[in-house]
Structures are given as structure tokens and as C-alpha cells.
Unconditional design. Structure first.
Length: 280
């Protein structure tokens, strides 16, 4: 049995099937993890959702920002829908409610201590160790999983507050936690986040750094797999293992590649995107 982690699919269903063929995936033997952002911007979000949901316990998936955005658009398209969204097939599907219910009950963090890896979509501020991160993830998961999730969806957008504090409460606390797990790329040693800068490492404003390079990070002893950041491998970092992290978003939806990591031996597999190159 092998466990494979697949980077951001974002509706690229044909590439997903291709990489599963490439790794000789056997549903009865192997396990799949996904870094989140199963949907949006690509052409077949509905097919991806149905496929991954249909895998049942064979698959583990964390929530990404596009997954949360899908829940927001489903709740109020007039308020949240964006021109580049490709979610219409999901929103009009006969099994729409089952898919959305499954999606909103996914976790923000998955840790398997037996294989020794932590899975998130985006990042963690340096003040959180793995145990605290898991506790904070559960705070938001609890709200998403109950009847209050609609108000949370309406209030989750925004870049404030910018800095973590244990004194944060209410919607501000939930928003900050959500932003870290689903949007974070850069922050400083004090846990102040920059959610505007999306470029590769080396292009950011000071004093911000890629979240995983901070010396004060309390999760340095954990092997962390993340997605979200399709430009991270275009920057001035060439060896991610020194930071104990594995970035797997290789920009499939932008014409790059879809990448999988086999946890047994940490071998990478990739297949080319079928989507237009970004900007073309």
C-alpha cells in the first residue's frame, strides 16, 4: 500500500485521471491525499468533486480557498461570484447539496503520525505548533459543520486582522485562522501576515518571508505538505527539504503540471497540464 499526495487540482479532471494512471493508483490498495482547491478555474470541477467524494475513506482532503469560495458562491451568487469562476456545473448539479455538504465538512489540517506528515492547503504562522494548529483548525471546522456556517461564510472574506493573538475572538479569530490555512504565503516573525503578495519567494516586501522559512516557526520538526502557492518554485528557493516542507501546487490550472508525492519514498510524479498557459 502506498499513500500519494496530489497538488491543487482546481477542476483539471483529465489531468487527475492521467496522474492516477501514471502512479498506477489502485483504489483497493493505495490511499490519496489532496492539498485542497479541488475546484474552480479549471473546466471540470463537478467531475473532480464527484470522483474524490466517491473515493470515500480512500481519500483525505483539506479545504482550500477555492473550496470555501464555492460554498460562498452557492450561498449567494450575486454577492460572491467572480468572472473567472467555473462553478456553474457544480451549482446546477442534481447532487449539488450532497457535494456541498461533503465539501464544507472537510478538515483544514490532516496529520498522520504513522507516516509522519502534516497536510494543509496554505500555511501556518510561526507561533503555532502542530498541536495548536490542529486545535485552531477544529474551531473553524466546528462552525462550518453546524447550522452557523452560513454566517461564517458571509464573514470569512477580508485580510483583517493581520496578526495572530490568542486574544482574538469571534469572527475575527475565525477569519484569521481560515486565512492562514487557506491563503497564507508570507508573514513575519511576529505572526503578521501579508495576504496581498502572491509572487515567488524573493519578490516579497520586507520584513515578510515565506511562512516556512522563519527561524521562529514552531512546526519546523514536522514534515508539512501544502499547495496553494503555484509560484513558490519559481522563486529563489531551490531546496525545500531544508525547511521540511513539500509544496505541491505546480500550476496545473495555469498550464503547468499536476504533481503527486509518494510518501513512502518521497518521490515526485508529474503530468503536463492540458490547460492554456497563463497569459495565453
Amino acid at each position: 500500500m502506498s499513500t500519494y499526495v496530489i497538488g491543487d487540482v482546481q477542476g483539471c479532471y483529465q489531468e487527475l485521471l492521467h496522474i492516477l494512471d501514471r502512479i498506477n493508483f489502485d483504489e483497493d490498495r493505495d490511499r490519496l491525499w489532496f492539498t485542497g482547491d479541488l475546484v474552480n478555474r479549471g473546466p471540470q470541477s463537478l467531475e473532480v468533486l464527484r470522483f474524490v467524494k466517491g473515493l470515500g475513506d480512500t481519500a483525505k482532503t483539506v479545504l482550500g480557498n477555492h473550496d470555501l469560495h464555492t460554498l460562498a458562491v452557492a450561498r449567494d451568487p450575486s454577492r460572491h461570484k467572480r468572472p473567472k469562476d467555473t462553478l456553474d456545473a457544480v451549482l446546477t448539479a442534481t447532487d449539488r447539496e450532497d457535494l456541498l455538504d461533503w465539501l464544507r465538512k472537510l478538515p483544514f489540517l490532516h496529520e498522520d503520525r504513522e507516516v509522519g506528515f502534516v497536510l494543509i492547503h496554505a500555511g501556518l504562522v510561526p507561533q503555532w505548533d502542530a498541536h495548536r494548529a490542529a486545535e485552531l483548525a477544529r474551531e473553524v471546522e466546528t462552525v462550518l459543520g453546524n447550522g452557523a456556517y452560513g454566517e461564517f461564510i458571509d464573514r470569512m472574506y477580508g485580510n483583517k486582522p493581520e496578526r495572530w493573538s490568542e486574544d482574538l475572538s469571534g469572527w475575527e479569530r475565525l477569519r484569521f485562522i481560515t486565512n492562514c490555512f487557506t491563503r497564507l504565503r508570507y508573514c513575519d516573525a511576529d505572526g503578521r501576515v501579508d495576504l496581498e503578495d502572491k509572487g515567488p519567494p524573493g519578490s516579497q516586501h520586507q520584513p515578510y518571508q515565506p511562512w516556512f522559512t522563519l527561524d521562529t516557526r514552531r512546526t519546523k520538526d514536522k514534515k508539512i505538505i501544502f499547495g496553494h502557492w503555484s509560484t513558490v518554485q519559481l522563486g529563489d528557493i531551490r531546496e525545500f527539504s531544508q525547511y521540511n516542507v513539500y509544496p505541491l501546487d505546480t500550476g496545473c490550472v495555469w498550464g503547468g503540471q499536476l504533481t503527486a508525492l509518494r510518501l513512502d519514498d518521497e518521490r515526485l510524479f508529474s503530468v503536463p497540464s492540458r490547460q492554456p498557459k497563463f497569459g495565453k
